[in-house]
Design a protein around this ligand. Sequence first.
Ligand SMILES: [Zn+2]
Length: 127
Amino acid sequence: MNGDSDRGGRNAPHEDALAARTEMLPLEELVQHPAGPVTLDDREGVFAHSFKCASCQLEYVVMSWRRSRHRAANTYCPECGEVTEKMHWRACLSDSQELVTDGTCVEIFNVVPAGRDAELIDVPKTG
Ligand SMILES: [Zn+2]
């Protein structure tokens, strides 16, 4: 049996190997951004911040235009509802500082995996 229940809370071998290859990001990179949404003026590219929560093992991805806005030290686990210890991988999908909609660069809307069969279940309240 190779399910999660027999792993004893430890990473699978491929996860350990991946973690060993992952560059540890200096905390100085954690640049505090002013409150509020990231705007096009703030854009550094398209980044996929992948996390694995050490408490509940949830794996999730935060897509951002900012390289270092989301770090383990300031990102809430959606399941735990708090900032937890976690693994963090970062991939740069585009280094374009401009929003490119002609298909020549990866944009967040190209990679968010909602799919056309996804059901819209929440919408923001409008003011
Ligand atoms: Zn968690």
